[in-house]
Design a protein around this ligand. Structure first.
Ligand SMILES: [Zn+2]
Length: 332
């Protein structure tokens, strides 16, 4: 018998007294088991997970055999409408300039706090508190490869990372907001449950390739937890723990416009493979840029600090010394 999928709403009371209704799906297998939450868009410009979690809801509705799945595609609906990471940010303002409204520093929320804290409080009371496992979808800029962030040395969190089939695994650091609150994944891992964050790059767009990676990760986790039948997919591909590898950086030796070859973050590149060229500002000649080692592209493209929020920081005109690529060698 298929599981039941039900649309429900969490109601948060905002500081102006208005109520914000946040939609979610609750999928019940009708049998005991893990309580698995998939949440997306705590940051309003990180939207790949909205579609990945929506599709996972359809999969779970067909295939759930144990436990319950909760799907919150629009975790921070106000920030989504604001079309920026936090509801308080203005044009090109970095995330860190207002950690008080950085939703992923507000868990478990505050009923009397600012509007972001009120939203996380309502979600926590209604759903998060009852969950055993959480997958929290975020997104990095297009210059960083999709990666998973988990708590190293804490097996319940590491197990989610192994089965996610996400190529790059980043050790999570404990991040606290100004009021001592923490991240959603951190909260789960602090309380003997299991949390993982997956950053489905890029931000500001929904990209089919990334939606599929996110859907596969969520489905694999559900299978691993015995909530669905079948074997996880894609887990035979290499996975790299970034606290254990020595990466190789490729930097611009000349100032100029970096023209990217047809490669992307996450991809495998051969030694000597063309990564692009730099077009020089004086002679208009080009300098070829090639991979010094065979491996996987962890970062790619000329960019600088705050390239997640500011257009000039995303500009491909490189200064001498700017990072163009970071490669995780295929062989240590
Ligand atoms: Zn984020």
């Amino acid at each position: 018998m298929p599981a039941s999928l039900q649309l429900e709403h969490v109601v948060a009371t905002l500081s102006c007294g208005e109520e914000l209704r946040i939609p979610y799906w609750h999928i019940r297998s009708g049998r005991g088991g893990p309580q698995f939450l998939v949440l997306a868009a705590q940051h309003g410009n990180e939207v790949n997970g909205c579609e990945a979690s929506r599709r996972f809801g359809r999969v779970a509705a067909d295939a759930l055999v144990r436990g319950d799945v909760y799907i919150i595609p629009f975790g921070n609906l106000l920030a989504l409408r604001h079309r920026r990471s936090h509801i308080s940010l203005k044009a090109e303002q970095p995330y860190a300039e207002d950690e008080g409204h950085n939703m992923n520093r507000t868990w478990p929320g505050d009923a009397d706090g600012n509007d972001t804290e009120r939203v996380s409080f309502a979600l926590h009371q209604a759903i998060v508190e009852h969950c055993t496992h959480v997958l929290d979808f975020h997104a990095w800029s297009r210059f960083s490869a999709t990666g998973a962030i988990l708590r190293r040395g804490y097996e319940p969190s590491e197990a989610l990372g192994r089965v996610s089939a996400i190529r790059f695994i980043h050790p999570g650091t404990v991040k606290k907001g100004p009021r001592g609150h923490t991240t959603l994944g951190g909260l789960l891992n602090d309380t003997a449950r299991a949390g993982i964050t997956i950053e489905l790059a890029p931000q500001w767009a929904v990209v089919e390739r990334e939606v599929r990676r996110g859907l596969r990760a969520a489905t694999n986790i559900a299978k691993q937890l015995g909530m669905m039948e079948g074997e996880p997919e894609g887990t035979d591909a290499p996975q790299f723990y970034l606290d254990e590898v020595d990466v190789v950086e490729v930097r611009a030796e000349h100032e100029g416009l970096f023209v990217e070859a047809s490669v992307a973050t996450w991809d495998y590149v051969e030694v000597g493979q063309r990564l692009g060229h730099i077009m020089l500002p004086d002679t208009l000649e080009v300098v070829e840029i090639t991979a010094p080692v065979a491996g996987y592209l962890l970062r790619f493209g000329a960019h600088r600090r705050h390239s997640d929020v500011a257009l000039p920081a995303m500009h491909p005109y490189a200064d001498e010394g700017d990072l163009l690529a970071t490669i995780v060698p295929a062989e240590p």
